[in-house]
Design a binder for this molecule. Structure first.
Ligand code: ZN
Length: 250
């Protein structure tokens, strides 16, 4: 019995170590790509791209679920060429993660006006036909995606949205420029660097032990419910006071 327990514990420790080791390796690799534009551009050669149109991801329907197709750089260049678009807009893509084998994953919105391209929005239906999929609002498709894709596409959508909303410097009004990975934007005239904001969120699920309080809107897809949530407005500096009081209690 103790031999069995010892073996199980060693196996568990090994798995934990392996998970941690993989996480650290991936984090280091992503950090390198965020800091080094040349390394990031190189990673695009062997990477994969998730496509969006006006923040709606490209999805393919497979029975009762959605799949998020990935495209190689070559496929993407071919598609843009076929649609008569400038391949330069690939530089608008943002890094969203990588596989254990260090295949870098990027997201590109083909529906937003690009700062690095003179092309206007591509024709959505034409692209859907070429890509054999549909651009679907993420919230509506979220529960029909697997956990990995749902998480990755949510990250991608948030980052693409942030870039769309931070095209200009708030100090000088000049256009900002993103780095290759899209982990930051810089104003060339006064060198202010902008980073995507983190928005800490807490959601509370009301439960009586066996049941949860849920609600749904008539616009929700069938079977989709939501925990009741709201926003708590805090004064500037309040968060700092909360942090300080937590530190005192510790
Ligand atoms: Zn500026």
């Amino acid at each position: 019995m103790s031999l069995f327990c010892g073996t199980a514990c060693r196996r568990k420790s090994f798995l934990c170590y392996r998970l941690l080791s993989t996480f650290v390796t991936k984090t280091r690799y992503l950090f390198e790509l965020k800091e080094d534009d040349d390394a990031c551009k190189k990673a695009q050669q062997t990477g994969a791209f998730y496509l969006f149109h006006s923040l709606a991801p490209l999805l393919q329907k497979s029975e009762h679920q959605y799949l998020a197709p990935k495209h190689s750089l070559l496929e993407l260049e071919r598609l843009l060429g076929k649609l008569g678009q400038d391949t330069q807009r690939i530089e608008d893509s943002v890094l969203i993660g990588c596989s254990e084998q260090q295949e870098a994953w990027f997201a590109l919105d083909l529906g937003l006006n690009s700062s690095s391209s003179i092309n206007a929005s591509l024709q959505k239906s034409e692209m859907e036909k070429e890509l054999k999929g549909s651009f679907i609002e993420l919230r509506k498709a979220l529960f029909q995606l697997n956990v990995k894709d749902a998480s990755l596409l949510s990250t991608a959508q948030a980052l693409l949205h942030w870039h769309g909303a931070h095209q200009f410097c708030s100090r000088s009004g000049q256009p900002t420029k993103k780095n290759m990975a899209g982990s930051k934007r810089m104003c060339p005239s006064n060198e202010i660097i902008y980073y995507p904001q983190m928005a800490p969120v807490v959601i509370t699920l009301v439960s009586d032990g066996t049941r949860c309080l849920l609600a749904r809107q008539s616009s929700f897809p069938k079977g989709m419910y939501s925990a009741l949530a709201g926003f708590c407005d805090i004064d500037p500096g309040e968060l700092e006071r909360i942090r300080s009081s937590s530190l005192v209690q510790l």
